[in-house]
Design a protein around this ligand. Structure first.
Ligand SMILES: *Cc1c(COP(=O)(O)O)cnc(C)c1O
Length: 402
């Protein structure tokens, strides 16, 4: 049986897969079994921060595999503690709880928020419209994408959604019963929507007044993706907790919840747990990745290359205003909002050798490995232009020439 048919026969059909049978990947390129080569501007959904074949990460993984692959959290494991130390030192947070995934990091944050609030009758959790926090029932209760929620009701009680960037709606919904507000400072799945300075300022002013927690979901934006360790740093604010995952495990499954000093004792012994969370092989990969990223001063590299790419995308927009309505994002987390559904355009880009993704129907989401160079960005732009030209003639968009 062919791979595609076999997948269809044996795996629950919850993913629309791209028509690529992967053979191998290296650097920032993915190679298919049919010999085709793709420039990867998607990075395994923001996971592969160092691309695909970083030798330091690979040898850290091999070394840990040779020591032990799993022990359980009943033992002291040096790599897990070393990664915790490094992320706490880099971020200024006090402690971390390790999970396997993003959604579990969000679940941990929900549990800390609810338990912390239980003494003062604070149980309400707020999230923003268009948010994405994961697929397990707690995280899904915070997620506001109808296509992911439909049919899964009832959700967690005492959860409400605040209109994104709407300070009036925010002020109306927070009160003394609010335990926590969950926020992606740049929404990923939702279409690269950037929280406004005014909204964030208001959020922290209301936090002062009502005493709720702010939880930053940095699962997609975190670990230098936007040109800083965390995207909230652009606002000069300090959330009480931060959820992490995607790039944290250096391509292996790993998530985490960072907490401030005042929250370190909320869960307590037995208050939460996981069999696999903080797996030592994942931690070894994550530690090597984080060391490599911070030693390479990746933040300024991301700002520079991301700034260049954004500039070129803005030029593309001004040449094709009938196709591109907005270019958004920071660093190497960029979104190109199209005036029409972009899924077909994204398939055409794929045929022309570039991997990107279409999110929220009409936003081309660009999440390349953080190590791409300007030459890769320029290469991406030429393929984008060529694809657009071919697309226009195929679909008969009215070209407005300058
Ligand atoms: C991907 C993502 C999640 C969920 O992470 P999983 O590892 O898929 O469970 C949560 N929040 C944000 C912002 C994400 O991008």
């Amino acid at each position: 049986m062919e791979l595609k048919e076999k997948e269809k026969q044996y795996i629950l059909q919850t993913y629309k897969r791209l028509p690529i049978e992967v053979d191998h990947a290296d650097g920032v390129y993915v190679y298919a079994k049919d010999g085709r080569k793709y420039l990867d501007f998607f990075g395994g959904i923001a996971v592969n921060a160092l691309g695909y074949d970083n030798s330091r990460v690979k040898s850290a993984i091999l070394n840990q595999i040779n020591r032990y692959m799993h022990m359980s959290n009943l033992f002291y494991m040096d790599v897990q503690v070393d990664l915790a130390e490094l992320i706490c030192e880099l971020s200024g947070y006090a402690k971390i709880f390790f999970t396997n995934s993003g959604t579990e990091a969000v679940e941990a944050a929900i549990k800390v928020s609810r338990k912390w609030g239980s003494k003062e009758n604070k149980s309400k959790l707020l999230a923003l419209t268009n948010s994405f926090h994961g697929r397990t029932m707690g995280a899904l209760s915070l997620t506001d994408r109808p296509k992911y929620r439909q049919g899964f009701e009832p959700f967690l009680p005492d959860v409400e959604h605040v209109e994104f960037n709407d300070v009036t709606d925010l002020a109306a919904k927070v009160d003394s019963t609010t335990a926590a507000v969950f926020i992606e400072f740049i929404q990923g799945e939702g279409g690269i929507n950037v929280a406004s300075g005014r909204f964030v300022e208001q959020l922290f002013a209301l936090k002062q007044k009502h005493g709720f927690l702010v939880v930053a979901d940095e699962i997609q934006t975190g670990i230098y993706r936007t040109g800083k360790l965390f995207s909230f740093e652009y606002h000069g604010v300090h959330p009480d907790m931060v959820t992490l995952a995607k790039p944290l495990g250096g391509s292996l499954p790993l998530g985490g919840l960072l907490v401030d000093p005042h929250l370190v004792d909320v869960l307590g012994y037995g208050g939460h747990g996981t069999t696999f969370g903080g797996n030592p092989v994942s931690c070894a990969a994550g530690l090597a990745t984080l060391q490599e990223l911070s030693e390479r001063r990746i933040a300024s590299h991301v700002s520079k290359v991301g700034g260049h790419l954004k500039q070129r995308l803005l030029e593309f927009k001004s040449r094709h205003p009938q196709f591109v309505s907005e270019v958004r994002g920071l660093g190497l987390m960029l979104g190109v909002e199209c005036t029409v559904d972009c899924s077909e355009f994204v398939s055409n880009l794929l045929s022309n050798g570039v991997l990107v993704n279409c999110t929220n129907g009409n936003v081309i989401r660009i999440l390349p490995p953080l190590v791409i160079e300007e030459a890769h960005a320029d290469n991406f732009m030429s393929i984008l232009e060529e694809t657009y030209d071919a697309h226009v003639s195929r679909f008969n968009f009215k070209e407005v020439t300058a």
